[in-house]
Write a protein that binds this ligand. Structure first.
Ligand code: NAP
Length: 589
């Protein structure tokens, strides 16, 4: 039998040494290799001296299950970080998306870390709904003997902050699990506290008796996302705006900006389905109002920080508590004591707090009261195969009025009002591997994207045109008016002509007295839609999470009922099966 060459030519050994090592290692059993790995690590730890007692066989690595419930990818990324660090510390980590979680397997988890995002008004991320429901339901198994810890992610601008993480933490305990570390509830600036929590929690979960010179060895391959080299840079990149066009007509009551951004040193390697984060700047007029209300006008350094670094709109109960702590304001204190703070913040921003409860603040107070300004993510509307080193986005300007004051979306109105061709923006790629075209370009795709939800489907169609994908594609688009709000209308017509789009169905909600939405088009086309799905088509939804995505899902269930005369329960099972096989994917906000 030919001898195996295990060591690469680049290994720091001479040819003869390499051959000798290959001779030994090539015929060694896994246990012998593990022993050697443990022995050498122990030797290093002991400063190069052989340990007094012969090194024991390495301990089998401690299994650790890391489950995550992620919508925008943050919990998933943190789960990858936990696994990476855990592996280095001798655990054998297994990372499981809630969408793939078999709840019945949890009693065997041994050690369990759950990282869970809360979405909208206290809901689990869409992909986590099934397993979360099972875990909370009566049939959930006992998990006696399981050591668990929960990391909760949320956004303090929502009242039900970290509700899902809190519920999981309580549920694991109620099912008999043992809390190994206290839960952390983290806001959008979670990176540093999450890193600290992970470090401390792994310490708490580590088996106490591991002697220093015994190395636990896990020969399993690193899970996806754990490979250091594969991680995209977290540093923002500066890009130039090369196109800034309003996609709505001048008579529309909406303003959707098509933005083309050019990367000087090459666009990051993005895929259709990914998002791009924009680091926005606050409205200078609002910054000045806040400075005046706080008695801090004229502080130029603070003005600069408030423009680009602090979140000066979000108002949470935590903001009021920090304000009261800083100022001792008695009336604001009453809001908290009387339990009215939750209701009072509804529709209000920081400026309302400062205007209603006047107080003279210091620059430090304002910094403590506010949180760092988070970036905003937008689904990428282009394919690199068609636009090269550019990224295109479609961003709707958010403007509304509450409590007699005009309000605007921080990033969207920054882009709409204060950015023009030639301007610079700071951005960062946010990959989304759960919103991907099918691997096989011959697979059919169905895309549902009303409003700005259509953005990733422009990327999908560009990509499939560039690779000459033979699969069919069907787009459902909706907006207010055909004449004024048909985003990328000419491009869809061209795509229909060149075959990169097979079919389009549109729903303009305000062109007639009754509302017509994309889901009406779905049920109207039930037979054909179901036959595409039965033929293997993948189904994608992008846009509003609160109502649209749920209504569309219900419409697909209904389509099965109509097309196949199924009961509601059997039709629901068809859609659940699509979700489980990752053929029903959502990118919703
Ligand atoms: P939109 O104006 O909210 O809606 C587009 C179309 O969907 C309209 O015709 C609307 O009809 C219809 N619609 C309303 N409710 C529906 C439902 N339950 N099911 C199906 N269709 C429904 O869309 P948009 O322009 O994309 O704005 C959506 C929101 O997304 C904005 O408020 C913004 O805050 C947020 N957002 C946007 C971006 C981005 O710009 N890329 C990113 C993140 C978040 P009617 O209005 O006539 O009822």
């Amino acid at each position: 039998m030919a001898r195996q060459n295990l060591l690469p030519r680049t290994a720091p050994f001479g040819d003869g040494e390499r051959a000798s090592l290959d001779a030994v290692l090539g015929s060694a059993t896994p246990v012998q290799r593990a022993w050697l790995a443990g022995f050498l690590a122990g030797l290093d730890a002991a400063g190069g001296q052989p340990a007094a007692a012969p090194a024991a066989l390495p301990k089998a690595a401690e299994p650790l299950t890391i489950v995550y419930a992620s919508e925008s990818g943050n919990s998933e990324a943190l789960a990858g970080n936990v696994a990476k660090l855990a592996r280095k510390q001798g655990f054998k980590p297994k990372v499981v998306d809630f969408s793939d979680l078999d709840v019945a397997s949890l009693p065997k988890a041994g050690k369990l870390i759950a990282i869970a995002a809360t979405w909208g008004e206290g809901e689990p991320p869409a992909r986590a709904v099934r397993a979360y429901g099972e875990l909370m339901g009566e049939g959930a198994p006992r998990i006696d003997g399981v050591d668990f810890a929960v990391l909760a992610l949320g956004d303090t601008s929502y009242v039900e902050f970290c509700a899902i993480g809190k519920a999981l933490d309580a549920r694991f305990e109620a099912l008999g699990g043992k809390r190994a570390a206290e839960r952390a509830d983290l806001d959008l600036d979670f990176e540093k506290p999450a890193a600290d929590w992970i470090k401390n929690t792994l310490k708490a979960l580590a088996p106490a008796e591991t002697p220093d010179n015994v190395v636990a060895v896990d020969f399993a391959r690193a899970a996806p996302g754990e490979d250091d080299d594969a991680e995209p840079s977290r540093e923002p990149l500066v890009v130039e705006v090369v196109e800034h066009v309003n996609l709505n007509s001048s008579r529309s009551d909406k303003e959707t900006i098509h933005l083309a951004l050019a990367f000087e040193d090459g666009a990051p390697a993005y895929e259709p389905g990914d998002s791009l984060e924009i680091f926005p700047e606050n409205d200078p007029q609002l910054v000045d109002e806040i400075l005046t209300a706080a008695g801090l006008s004229g502080d130029e350094a603070l003005r600069k920080a408030l423009l680009a670094e602090r979140d000066i709109t979000t108002l949470s109960t935590a903001t009021i508590e920090r304000f009261v702590k800083a100022t001792g304001h008695a009336d604001a204190q009453k809001l908290i004591d009387g339990g009215e703070a939750r209701a009072w913040i509804e529709g209000r921003h920081l400026i309302d707090l400062l205007a209603t409860f006047p107080a003279t603040l210091t620059a430090d107070h304002l910094t403590t009261i506010t949180r760092p300004l988070p970036p905003r993510a937008y689904s990428i509307a282009s394919s690199r195969k068609e636009v090269g080193d550019e990224v295109h986005l479609a961003i709707v300007a958010v403007r509304y009025e509450t409590h007699g004051r005009a309000r605007s979306g921080v990033a969207s109105v920054h882009v709409a009002d204060r950015i023009r061709d030639g301007a610079k923006l700071r951005v960062r790629l946010k990959p989304n591997r759960h919103f991907r075209l099918p691997q096989d370009p011959a697979t059919d795709i169905i895309m549902v994207g009303p409003g700005t939800g259509v953005a990733p489907f422009r990327a999908f169609v560009q990509e499939r045109r560039a690779i000459e994908a033979p699969g069919r594609s069907w787009l459902f688009f909706g907006d207010r008016h055909f004449l004024h709000d048909f985003l990328y209308q000419l491009e869809w017509q061209e795509a229909l002509e060149d075959g990169s789009l097979t079919k389009i169905d549109v729903a303009f909600s305000r062109d007639q007295p009754e509302k017509i939405y994309v889901q009406n088009r779905i049920t109207h086309n039930a037979q054909e839609l179901v036959s595409w799905l039965e033929g293997g088509a993948h189904f994608y939804v992008c846009g509003d999470a609160k109502n649209m995505a749920k209504d569309v899902r219900a419409a697909v269930v209904r389509a099965y009922e109509i097309a196949r005369s199924l009961s509601p329960a059997d039709a629901e099972a068809q859609v659940a099966a699509l979700e489980r096989s990752h053929r029903y994917q959502q990118d919703v906000y």
